[in-house]
Design a protein around this ligand. Structure first.
Ligand code: DQA
Length: 147
């Protein structure tokens, strides 16, 4: 199975950015865990990080054609809460998208409790730190196996 993982804005700062909320792991460490899980489960995974809304939209559009993605794991970061453009892209593509958040967005500030992406996602994983990416990949794998 082919998957794409997209980390949104500011996630390149993981490790030093608010470790009490986002944990101490760096993005590289989280990505190593993603690659390890992918190897064990025969998943081909392509990982991207972008601070730009338009780049994230382009990746979503191209995911199927350039990488033959069958599932996408997306942490839209702050775009979660207001990017109707990313929400429209998630709705427009045919590939299942799982939304991931390291922190539990439902227990945080009011503005973080709403996701404009979630209505178009296959599901949302929130509050399990970097392990959330693994849970999301497992959900996509399971969906594919069930057909
Ligand atoms: C986040 C939660 C967002 O509210 C925040 O803007 C982020 C990270 C998370 O992974 O917990 O940048 O998506």
């Amino acid at each position: 199975m082919n998957m794409m993982v997209i980390h949104g804005p500011n996630l390149n700062l993981l490790g030093t950015r608010k470790p009490e909320i986002y944990g101490k792991k760096t993005l590289n460490e989280i990505n190593s865990e993603i690659l390890c899980y992918a190897k064990e489960n025969n998943i081909k995974v392509e990982i991207f990080q972008s601070n730009s809304e338009s780049e994230i939209i382009d990746l979503l559009h191209k995911s199927k054609e350039i990488f033959q993605s069958q599932g996408i794991v997306l942490n839209p970061a702050a775009y979660t809460h207001y990017s109707y453009a990313i929400a429209d892209a998630v709705e427009a593509i045919e590939i299942p998208v799982v939304e991931v958040h390291l922190s539990n967005i439902h227990g945080r500030e009011e503005f973080r409790r709403k996701s404009v992406i979630a209505p178009f996602a296959m599901g949302q994983v929130s509050g399990f730190g970097g392990h959330g990416y693994i849970l999301a990949m497992d959900a996509l794998l399971n969906k594919k196996r069930r057909g």
